[in-house]
Every structure is written in structure tokens, then in C-alpha cells.
Design a protein. Sequence first.
Length: 99
Amino acid sequence: MVQENDDSFTFGFRAVRDKAPKASGVYTIYTSRRWLYVGESEDIRQSLFEHLNEPSTCLARRGPLSFSFEIVALEQRIDRKNALVAALVPACNPAAPAR
């Protein structure tokens, strides 16, 4: 992944509970073949639980999913997310607004 943390985990309740921090940062959800979603949050664990509890149509129709994360300070979080979206072009992120 294009981030500092090279750890990857199976996207499920137990792994999110055990591995995802209650901290500010960015996270990715993906399959072995495609980047699906890049998000940013002040609580990575809570945001991942929200995706598990109410999966988007885009995430729900994919095969086995994995997640990874990077702890990022609040003031850098949105820029880091935008850089990852530009680099990875995830399938389930909303399209960038037209300028």
C-alpha cells in the first residue's frame, strides 16, 4: 500500500476490534485485486465498524475484503486521504467534485 503502515488485516469485526486504533488517521478497504475505499476519521476503529454494520452497495458486492490504516494527525488527515485517493483510484469513493 502507499502508506507508512504495511500491515493488512481481514476486514471483519474481530480484526477491527483487535487491530484498528481509536485514533485519527486514514484507512483503506480493498480486495486482493482492487482498492475499494479510502477514508479518513478521528476514530479509525469506529469508522471501520460503521462500514461493517452498514456496508455500501459497492463494498457489499465484492469478495473477501481487507483493511489497513495509517495514523495521521487531524491537520494532515484530509490531505493524506486525498493523496491516497489520487494514487489508488478506489472504486467505491465518490467521484471528485467538478471544479
